[in-house]
Structures are given as C-alpha cells and as structure tokens.
Design a protein around this ligand. Structure first.
Ligand SMILES: Cc1cc2nc3c(=O)[nH]c(=O)nc-3n(C[C@H](O)[C@H](O)[C@H](O)COP(=O)(O)OP(=O)(O)OC[C@H]3O[C@@H](n4cnc5c(N)ncnc54)[C@H](O)[C@@H]3O)c2cc1C
Length: 340
C-alpha cells in the first residue's frame, strides 16, 4: 500500500469524531462515538475533537462538548446546508489534513459510509468499516477495531501501524451514550471555508425521509421472524401496548412483509432495548448480534429445540398465533382495569 499523506511522525495525539447532522439534528451515532472516544482519549491523555460541518450548526457544538469533546472544529457555509459528497468531502479532507489526527471516527450511516470510503482513498489510508467495538492499545496509541467477518463467524481485530489517520466507521447503537454534562467547557474553532457553487456536481432535487423510527433506542423491541408468517399487525399491536416498536429478521424483510430499515441484526440495526420479545424466529447468530445488548430477552417459538431459547431469559414453547393474541388480550384487560 502506498504511503498515506501523513504518517505516525506527523500525527497529532488526538481522536477526532465526525459529527454528522441532518437538518441541525445530530445523529445519535456521533454522540455514541463520543462516549467511546472519551474513554479512549482519557486512557492515553489525548484530545477528543469533534468535526462539525453544515450551515447554522454552531449550537450543536455545545451538545458535543457536553458529551465529552475537548474541542469542536466547525465548517459553516450555505453550500454545506445539505450533504453533498463534493462539498463535505472537500471540507472534511482539508480539516483533517490541517489537524492530522491519529484517529478519525465516522458513523456507519449512509452518508458516513460514503464520506469515509472516499476520504480513506484520498488520505491513502485504510478504513476499518462497520466496527462493532474499538479500543486503544495503550503503549503505541494504536486503534484496535473489532469487525465481524465471514458471515459473522469470525471477529477480526484490525490495527493500522503505519498509515494515518486510523479511520473507522462505527455501527449505530453499538456504544451507549454517556450522560451529558452541561458544565463541561471546550474550545470552539471556526474553520475557513472556500467553496464555490461550481465545485458541487451533485444536485439534490428532493429529500424523501423514510419515516421509520430509530430502533436503536426503543425500550421494547418486538422482533418477528419467518414463523409469524407475515403477520406484523399483531406484533405492532403488542409493541404499541408496551410502548415499543417492531423489528424483523431477514426472511420477512426479503419477502416484503416489512420495511428493510426494520431488519435487526448484523446487516440490519443493532439495538439496546430494555426488553426484546422474539416471535417465531430461530435465533441465528446474524440476528443475535442485533439484540445481544437487550437487558431481557423473551421468546415464543413452537420448536422446543429453537436456539433462541438458549439466549432467552424467559420463553414460551408454543405457537405465536395462539400466544400473542392471548398476551395482547391480557395486556388490554390490565390497561382497562387500571383506567377504570
Ligand atoms: C452474511 C449474512 C448476514 C445476515 N444478516 C442477518 C441479519 O442482519 N438479520 C437477520 O435476521 N438475519 C440475517 N441473516 C440471515 C440469518 O442467518 C438467518 O437465516 C435468519 O435470521 C433466520 O430468520 P428467522 O429466524 O426468522 O427464520 P428461521 O431460521 O426459518 O426460523 C423460523 C423460526 O420460527 C419458528 N416458528 C415457525 N412457525 C411458528 C409458529 N407458528 N409459532 C412459533 N414459532 C414458529 C420455527 O420453529 C423457527 O425456529 C444473515 C445471513 C448472512 C449469511
């Protein structure tokens, strides 16, 4: 691999986090990376820096500082009002070349993945994509990125010895948010922005938002598998009564019974609910990755040998068509009694 644009000798002892925002709202994954970044920076006594790009985004700097940043660098410009890879790629590239951080973390969102891949090529560095954990090797200041590979059968630890920045994208939901501290102080640096309209080749004609909620933080997650036979209305009913939302395994998604954004697991969303209720799903490794952070797992499966039972705190061996309506009826009755 060719040499990166800067190397270990020129790096600054800092962990940078790209603060992704959409319409002035920070993506949760950015703040989740701050929690982990703070922990790693403290170990090495390094600086934790947030890079914020957009228009009118300065108020978000305070939020990032309260979540652990020592410093926020802001690129604010009308041509950064919406994400375009031309404008954002240029700004982030210039900012990173200016600061030369040892580590640069980006959320594995659609825009984050777009940005990270292109930047890694420009820096001529590596990119540890879709990490499910990170830590710093204390002696050498090396980032160790955990990535699952070969269909989930292997967890690889990746280190980057000579190339900088050590780049990684992190899956939303893998790190818990830390408690914000409103009294925390940090430095805010405004970056010069030299953008011209002709530099931006992408034209955004329309933005269509999917409207699907953020499943990474729902308190109760009701997950339906192939065994629910496409009946997600019953699961929605159950989730609604419990103040939660619905996810699915891959087969019902592939069969078109539910939106792809609701797929839970290795190639879907990673969630940390208080309770995960698994209905008619076998408990494949690829699915378990998405619910392993649940405090309590409850499952219903007609097969007494279903692997999901080994992962469950409570389970029912039985038919979802029989048990789910009974549970819903019991919850409705309890609700009516408590409202009477
Ligand atoms: C690289 C890769 C990535 C993948 N990523 C994901 C991912 O992110 N998420 C994901 O979910 N999958 C993923 N998969 C697929 C995964 O390996 C499994 O195939 C999938 O999770 C199985 O879904 P399931 O449990 O719904 O179906 P099945 O394994 O077919 O299980 C259905 C279960 O329903 C039970 N059942 C049937 N009828 C009833 C009934 N009436 N009442 C109660 N129980 C009943 C059966 O006993 C069975 O246990 C991935 C696969 C690969 C190779």
């Amino acid at each position: 691999m060719p040499q990166s644009l800067y190397g270990v000798k020129e790096e600054s002892k800092a962990i940078w986090v790209y603060l992704e925002q959409d319409d002035g709202v920070l993506e949760n994954v950015s703040l989740e990376m701050f929690a982990k970044g703070r922990e790693m920076a403290d170990q090495l006594k390094w600086k934790l820096v947030g890079l914020l790009v957009g228009q009118g985004v300065a108020p978000l700097a305070k939020t990032a500082i309260s979540h652990g940043a020592d410093e926020i660098r802001i690129a604010d410009h009308p041509l950064l009002a919406q994400f375009t890879i031309d404008a954002y790629g240029k700004m982030v590239f210039e900012a990173v070349m200016d600061g030369k951080p040892s580590v640069f973390l980006i959320g594995a969102t659609p825009n984050g993945r777009d940005l990270a891949g292109r930047l890694a090529v420009r820096f001529r560095t590596g990119l540890n994509a879709d990490c499910t954990n990170l830590h710093m090797d204390k002696k050498g200041g090396l980032l160790v990125s955990e990535v699952s590979g070969f269909g989930g059968g292997v967890v690889a630890m990746i280190e980057m010895h000579a190339h900088r920045p050590q780049m990684a994208t992190v899956r939303p939901g893998v790190f818990a948010l830390n408690e914000p501290d409103g009294n925390r102080k940090g430095e805010i640096i405004t970056l010069p922005v030299a953008l011209q309209p002709e530099m931006i080749k992408t034209r955004i004609l329309e933005c269509v938002k999917s409207g699907v909620v953020d499943l990474t933080r729902v308190p109760v997650l009701v997950v339906g598998g192939r065994g629910v036979n496409g009946d997600f209305a019953t699961l929605r009913n159950l989730a609604g009564l419990l103040g939660g939302d619905v996810g699915a395994t891959r087969p019902p998604v592939d069969e078109g019974h539910i939106e792809r954004e609701r797929q839970i697991g290795q190639t879907g969303v990673i969630c940390s609910p208080k309770v995960a209720i698994c209905c008619g799903l076998s408990g494949a490794f690829h699915l378990l990755v998405g619910i392993e952070k649940a405090d309590v797992v409850v499952s219903v499966n007609s097969d007494p040998e279903a692997p999901i039972f080994e992962f469950s705190d409570y389970y029912i061996v039985g038919d979802v068509n029989q048990y789910l309506p009974a549970i819903i009826a019991a919850l409705q009755t309890r609700r009516e009694v408590s409202h009477a």
